[in-house]
Design a protein around this ligand. Structure first.
Ligand code: FES
Length: 117
């Protein structure tokens, strides 16, 4: 397993996402507070760049006319056909047990973001 320094932590604002390259792969980083998540930047459906999508949330129905937002800031929606992925695991929301993009462990050290590939 390789350890790669990808960016300084202050290059990625809280709630933002950014593409980096590590070990020959394009990865999408998402920062949530002091934690940074890394997933492969290619949708498993037809190959769109997830970094061209939006960082959003899931919604479930509450009472009539009401939607409840969940996993706020954790969901990346693909720009082509709206498949959604949880950045914490890479799981695709419509079939989380079978469909996922690769996800990578990250950690922060000396003010930098490191990815294990
Ligand atoms: S390419 Fe991502 S949903 Fe189709």
């Amino acid at each position: 397993m390789n350890k790669t320094r990808v960016i300084a932590l202050d290059e990625l604002a809280d709630g933002a996402m950014k593409t980096v390259r590590a070990a020959g792969r394009d990865l999408l980083l998402v920062r949530r507070g002091d934690k940074v998540y890394a997933i492969r930047d290619i949708c498993i459906h037809q190959g769109a760049r997830l970094s061209d999508g939006v960082l959003t949330c899931t919604r479930r129905g509450g009472r009539v006319g009401e939607y409840v937002a969940e996993k706020v800031g954790r969901i990346v929606r693909c720009p082509w056909h709206n498949w959604e992925y949880d950045v914490e695991s890479g799981a695709c929301l419509h079939d989380p047990e079978k469909a996922r993009v690769a996800s990578y462990d990250t950690y922060i050290e000396d003010g930098a973001v490191w990815v294990m590939t």
